[in-house]
Write a protein that binds this ligand. Structure first.
Ligand SMILES: NC(=O)c1ccc[n+]([C@@H]2O[C@H](COP(=O)([O-])OP(=O)(O)OC[C@H]3O[C@@H](n4cnc5c(N)ncnc54)[C@H](O)[C@@H]3O)[C@@H](O)[C@H]2O)c1
Length: 433
């Protein structure tokens, strides 16, 4: 199959590289000349484990190419995937669909009869109808299909998620699109992957419902963690106790500083807006969004409290800035609110993140970036684990104790056992225990 992906970001690039690895011929088109030039030179615009090798291998085999030329790529394609961003619209939280609609307008003049256009971007229910309308307006006589194929990959494990997904969701309103998408995903279907074929609107909504449910699980355990702190219970015990119930499941029950990243914050907000527009308010998701918003700053206050209630004259070593490990993505990371809360309280911030410091430097002022966790701790009054990078799972407490002014660890990811840390003479604050 010949596949065009519009957008060479996290989703477009990973999907393109994996489709090529399945044996399809793929052209990733992006309208960012710098990104496209870098990709052609073998330089990845994002940090994602294994991606550079996968891209290099498939470029070398001739199955994967990068282009700025949408008009040139589209006519030969069996399917054109839209994988552009759908950020929150400034001011109201609706998904900004302008990139999706421009992609539809740009491809329309070059589509061949029988073309299958697939929305992979996360888009509100009904967006496929509008993409179809835009193309039909430009090409009234063209037979074509518009399908939805939402993407569920996680940053940091994106390639594995794409190649071994829990399920592939296909939203189609005609047989032709179903046949083409089945052919594209056929290499996966032998691997016990279920391909769910449903109507386009159901597929669009499935993605938002999945993200909102996962965000709910995170916020639920975070609030239970707060209650655990008040009643002297260990949230890890409670999480294990409920997670072993197969109706609940253990994943996404790790308490922490709140969810962030490029998806959950914007997708929960967009789903709320859809609910309001269709007069089906989503009260549970509203509570999740509010709970998560307040949580991020409250984690900053927790650090100030550990410092004795005042940040003035204090320095904090932040270990980790990205919203989770194994990514350089800083979008809506809890660290942003934590740093600002610490600075508002008068504290200075030194920080180390294995991959996220370049992105962080674009978003945060007055932070001293360091080459290692230990450099960040030099002369600081506390170390704070914000992201669960492996590099922070086995800190040398003897060395840390000598570098820090005070042996104080605030562990917002519960990476350590209290007894282990206290044995080294540290004061230890964790989440919900
Ligand atoms: N990042 C994730 O983990 C993830 C997971 C699942 C779903 N999604 C969804 O996938 C979509 C894409 O997310 P992302 O993180 O890959 O975004 P991204 O911002 O990393 O990449 C989007 C790319 O599209 C390009 N682009 C925009 N308009 C274009 C156009 N008209 N022609 C060509 N290129 C264009 C941009 O230059 C950019 O490189 C979003 O809807 C997102 O919600 C993301």
């Amino acid at each position: 199959m010949r596949i065009v992906l519009i957008g060479s970001g996290y989703v477009g690039l990973v999907s393109g590289a994996c489709f090529a690895d399945f044996g399809h011929n793929v052209c990733c088109v992006d309208n960012d000349p710098e990104k496209t030039a870098a990709l052609r030179a073998g330089k990845m615009p994002i940090f994602e484990p294994g991606l550079d090798e996968l891209v290099a291998k498939n470029v070398a085999s001739g199955r994967l190419e990068f282009s700025l030329d949408l008009a040139g790529a589209v006519p030969a394609a069996d399917a054109v995937f839209i994988a552009v961003g759908t950020p929150s619209r400034r001011g109201d939280g609706h998904a900004d669909l302008s990139y999706v609609y421009s992609a539809a307008r740009e491809m329309a003049p070059n589509l061949e009869p029988g073309a299958v256009v697939v929305t992979k971007s996360t888009v509100p229910v009904g967006t496929g109808d509008e993409v179809e309308r835009i193309i039909r307006e430009a090409r009234p006589d063209l037979p074509f299909s518009v399908a939805s194929n939402p993407e569920f990959l996680r940053e940091g494990a994106a390639i594995d998620d794409f190649k071994r997904p829990d399920r592939v969701v296909i939203g189609v309103d005609d047989d032709r699109a179903a046949t083409v998408l089945h052919e594209i995903y056929r290499p996966l279907l032998g691997n016990e992957t279920r391909m769910l074929v449903m109507k386009r609107r159901a597929a669009e909504l499935t993605k938002y419902a999945a993200n909102a449910f996962l965000a709910t699980k995170i916020s639920f355990i975070n609030e239970i963690a707060d209650l655990c702190e008040k009643v002297s219970a260990d949230v890890q015990d409670v999480a294990t106790g409920i997670g072993l119930d197969t109706r609940i499941g253990a994943r996404f029950l790790q308490p922490g500083p709140g969810y962030g990243g490029s998806c959950f914050p914007k997708d929960t907000l967009a789903l709320l807006k859809t609910g309001q527009d269709f007069e089906a308010p989503l009260r549970i998701v509203e509570a999740v969004v509010a709970s998560n918003d307040t949580r991020k700053r409250s984690m900053g206050r927790k650090v100030v409290h550990a410092l004795g209630g005042d940040g003035h004259g204090k320095t904090v070593a932040l270990l980790g800035l990205t919203f989770k490990a194994n990514t350089d993505d800083m979008r809506d990371s809890p660290s942003l609110a934590i740093v600002r809360t610490l600075q508002d309280a008068g504290a200075k911030v030194r920080a180390y993140d294995p991959e996220g410091m370049d992105q962080a430097a674009k978003l945060l002022d007055d932070v001293t970036y360091c080459e290692s966790a230990y450099e960040a701790m030099e002369g600081a009054d506390a170390a704070v684990i914000v992201t669960e990078w492996d590099a922070f799972r086995a800190l040398d407490f003897d060395q840390a104790g000598k570098l820090l002014k005070e042996p104080l660890l605030v562990d917002l990811r519960n990476l350590y056992d209290r007894q282990d840390v206290e044995r080294h003479g540290f004061r230890y604050f964790a989440v919900g225990r």
